[in-house]
Design a protein around this ligand. Structure first.
Ligand code: UD1
Length: 326
C-alpha cells in the first residue's frame, strides 16, 4: 500500500512526504515541478514528474503503487495572482482536481485528503471562523478551492469517496531538521518575505494596508507551523483508514498575529531592523482570518506542538539563511 502525494515537491507536500516516510509509509510523489523542486523530495519516495490532471497517469500510478490514499497538495496558492489571472487558478485548482478525483474514484481508492483554505470564508470579522459558517470567498483562489470541496462532497454521496478537507490558515516556518522549506525566490508569503528582508535579499518589506479595522490597522492571520499542519494530515489519514466519515476541518491555532506583530517577531529573532514600506491594501485580502479549531482537536485529537510565532519565524529564518548561503 502507498500514499499518493500530489505536489510533493512543493513546500507543504515535501514536509508531508518526510513525515509519512518516517512513520513507515510508502510514498509516491506526483509533481509537475512548475513551482516545486526535485531537490525537496525525500530520496526514499518514488517520484513521478507529471500533472495531476493527467487522469490516465494517475490511474496507472494508483494501480502500480497500490495506492490506498491520496493527499492532494498540488495547486496554485497566491491570492493576488488569482485576482489578476483567475482562469489559470480555475484550471490548476478546480479542473485538475476534478480530474484527480475522477481518477481516484476510477482507481478504487477510498481515502482522500484535500488542502483547502481559510479563504473560503468571507473573513470580514475578528471572530474565529467555524466550519459551519457560511462560505463566501473574496478571491478566485478561494472560489477555486471551494468548488473542489463541493466536488468531494458530491463524490462522497455518489461514489463513496471519503475525504477530509483541511482548511489551512497561514502555513509558515520550515522543517525543524532543516531538510525542506520554501524555495520560491518570488514567494509572496509574509513570513518568508520578512526573512528575506532581514537578510537584505529584498530592499524592503511592504505592509499591504495600514487602514484595516484591526487593532493596529494591518491584516491579521492565524500563522501555523508547517510541522503541525503535517501532523494534522497524518491524523486525518488514520481517521479515514479507520472508516471515518467525510468531514471539513479548520487547521489553525485559534489566534492571530498582525503584519506589524510578525515584523516585530522577525526583528527579535533575527536581530535585524527590517526595512519596511507602508502601502495600500492588496487585492483579495480580508482583514482577519482566525480559526476556531475545536473540531480538529476533538475529532482527530490534534495537539499542536509549535504554537509560537517566534518559533515559526525562527525556523523560516534558519531555512532562508541556508538558502542565502548556498
Ligand atoms: C495564505 C496562503 C494561502 C492560504 C491562506 C490561508 C500563500 C502564498 N498564501 O494567504 O494559500 O490559503 O494563507 O489563510 O501561502 N502581507 C504584507 N506584506 C507582504 C506579504 C503579505 O503586508 O509582503 C500581508 C498580507 O496583506 C496579509 C498577510 O500579510 O494580511 C499574510 O499574507 P500572505 O503571507 O501573502 O498570506 P495570505 O494572502 O493570507
Amino acid at each position: 500500500m502507498s500514499v499518493l502525494v500530489t505536489g510533493g515537491a512543493g513546500y507543504i507536500g515535501s514536509h508531508m512526504t518526510y513525515a509519512l516516510l518516517e512513520r513507515g509509509e510508502d510514498v509516491v510523489v506526483l509533481d509537475n515541478l512548475s513551482t516545486g523542486s526535485r531537490s525537496l523530495v525525500a530520496e526514499k519516495a518514488a517520484f513521478v514528474e507529471g500533472d495531476v490532471g493527467d487522469r490516465d497517469l494517475v490511474v496507472r500510478l494508483i494501480d502500480e503503487h497500490r495506492v490506498d490514499a491520496v493527499i492532494h497538495f498540488a495547486g496554485s496558492i497566491v491570492v493576488p495572482d488569482s485576482v489578476s489571472d483567475p482562469l489559470t487558478y480555475y484550471a490548476n485548482n478546480t479542473v485538475n482536481s476534478r480530474s484527480l478525483i475522477e481518477a481516484t474514484v476510477q482507481g478504487g481508492v477510498g481515502n482522500f485528503i484535500f488542502s483547502s483554505t481559510a479563504t473560503v470564508y468571507a473573513g470580514q470579522s475578528a471572530e474565529p471562523l467555524i466550519e459551519t459558517m457560511q462560505t463566501g470567498p473574496m478571491s478566485p483562489y478561494g472560489r477555486s478551492k471551494l468548488m473542489t470541496e463541493w466536488m468531494l462532497e458530491d463524490a462522497a454521496r455518489a461514489h463513496g469517496l471519503r475525504s477530509v478537507v483541511l482548511r489551512y490558515f497561514n502555513v509558515a516556518g520550515a522543517d525543524p531538521k532543516g531538510r525542506t522549506g520554501q524555495i520560491s525566490p518570488r514567494a509572496t508569503h509574509l513570513i518568508k518575505r520578512a526573512s528575506q528582508a532581514a537578510l537584505g535579499r529584498i530592499p524592503h518589506l511592504d505592509i499591504f494596508g495600514t487602514d484595516y479595522p484591526t487593532a493596529d490597522g494591518t491584516g491579521v492571520r492565524d500563522y501555523i507551523h508547517v510541522s503541525d499542519l503535517v501532523s494534522a494530515h497524518a491524523l486525518a489519514l488514520n481517521y479515514l483508514r479507520a472508516g471515518g466519515e467525510s468531514t471539513v476541518m479548520n487547521c489553525g491555532y485559534g489566534h492571530g498575529a498582525s503584519v506589524r506583530e510578525v515584523i516585530a517577531a522577525t526583528e527579535r529573532v533575527t536581530g535585524h531592523v527590517l526595512p519596511v514600506r507602508e502601502g495600500p491594501r492588496r487585492a483579495g485580502d480580508p482583514p482577519w482570518l482566525i480559526a476556531e479549531s475545536s473540531r480538529i482537536r476533538a475529532l482527530l485529537g490534534w495537539q499542536p506542538e509549535h504554537d509560537d510565532l517566534e518559533e515559526i519565524v525562527r525556523t523560516a529564518w534558519q531555512w532562508e539563511s541556508r538558502l542565502n548561503a548556498s
